[in-house]
Design a protein around this ligand. Structure first.
Ligand SMILES: [Zn+2]
Length: 336
């Protein structure tokens, strides 16, 4: 039975789907910083590239769900800036990255943590949504719960690849163990972006249903915060401090199931939504009715001191996220 709440929620989700990307920025850099700063974790280790030999109970956009190694096939260039090399101690010689059919663990994290945004999740199971909007990946990279009903399956995306990763490690296949684990971390990172678990305040969402301007505004607020992470990891004057915060985050291994862990992460992210959203609106207000903020807008706002609180909130999110990711890596990779 459809009651009014469910109809309204369905409409909101339906409209959210029209923003197809849903992607928190720079998963590669973030995950690289995480993986190269775990105490006693050998991220320089070379692991043998293995063929894909798995059965998965999920459908993908098969053109994009590649199973060969992207680095070995020259399809994934790794471009680090010097600051990133300096903090990690990694030596990057592009043409020597694959040695005797082996790849360093850090490179697997760097390359494959961004893969889920390459189009592989552009599959839309709902016939109605597909007919009108075509394929989107929002469903797989976000999560929404209203009363007892769950919508969107970012949590399931995480759980699926954690399960696949464990299966691979159990078989002694470290390459696929780390590759699936990198996919899983991508979804955990996405769900810690508050806009991926909550699209707006209640009054905004009501307005969202009838007012196209509010749709544009919320979409741009969301994309702006997606891009703010990229700004912090690449252009901000606090970049070094931000790297340090991620690298110094202690691994957090929660004594709970993977299902509980992703749910806790979602709740934390949800709890941060209102503060983050307020700050995004304060800093970029009017322009969000027309467009998302660009890198130059972030630079100017940072210079003018308008991002101070947003930066503090994002540091809190990033630090908890880094700790969780480190814990997940240790628990999944080293306890098999
Ligand atoms: Zn994503």
């Amino acid at each position: 039975m459809f009651n009014l709440t469910r109809v309204v929620v369905f409409l909101i989700i339906f409209l959210m789907f029209s923003q197809s990307l849903f992607s928190w920025g720079s998963h590669d850099i973030f995950t690289f910083l995480v993986a190269t700063s775990i105490p006693n974790f050998d991220y320089q280790k070379l692991v043998e590239i293995r063929d894909y030999d798995y059965v998965e109970n999920r459908r993908y956009n098969t053109e994009k769900y590649v199973t060969y190694d992207l680095v070995a096939h020259g399809k994934a260039k790794i471009t680090f800036d010097s600051d990133l090399l300096k903090v990690s101690g990694v030596e990057l010689i592009q043409y020597q990255l694959v040695q005797d059919g082996k790849l360093p663990v850090w490179a697997i994290f760097y390359v494959y943590s961004r893969s889920p945004d390459n189009g592989m999740d552009f599959v839309e199971e709902s016939g109605i949504v597909n007919a009108i909007l075509g394929d989107t990946q929002a469903n797989r990279h976000a999560y929404l719960k209203v009363t007892f009903f769950e919508y969107m399956e970012g949590d399931k995306s995480f759980l699926h690849f954690i399960k696949m990763s464990k299966e691979a490690f159990r078989k002694g296949d470290e390459y696929w163990g780390y590759r699936f684990l990198s996919y899983a971390l991508h979804y955990l990172e996405d769900l810690m972006q508050p806009y991926h678990v909550r699209p707006g305040t209640v009054p905004e969402l009501i307005q969202f249903l009838f007012d196209p301007k509010m749709r544009v505004f919320l979409r741009n607020a969301h994309s702006t915060y997606d891009d703010y992470m990229t700004f912090l990891l690449t252009r901000s004057k606090y970049k070094e401090e931000f790297y340090k915060l991620i690298r110094e985050a202690k691994p957090l291994t929660l004594p709970v199931s993977d299902e509980q862990l992703i749910y806790e992460a979602i709740l934390f992210s949800y709890s941060m939504f209102f503060d983050v959203h307020d700050e995004v609106k304060k800093a970029f207000g009017e322009i969000l009715y027309n467009r998302r903020a660009m890198m130059e807008d972030f630079e100017k706002a940072e210079e003018d001191g308008k991002l101070a609180r947003l930066y503090e909130l994002t540091k809190k999110l990033a630090s908890v996220l880094a700790s969780l990711c480190k814990g997940v890596i240790l628990k999944t990779a080293l306890q098999n």
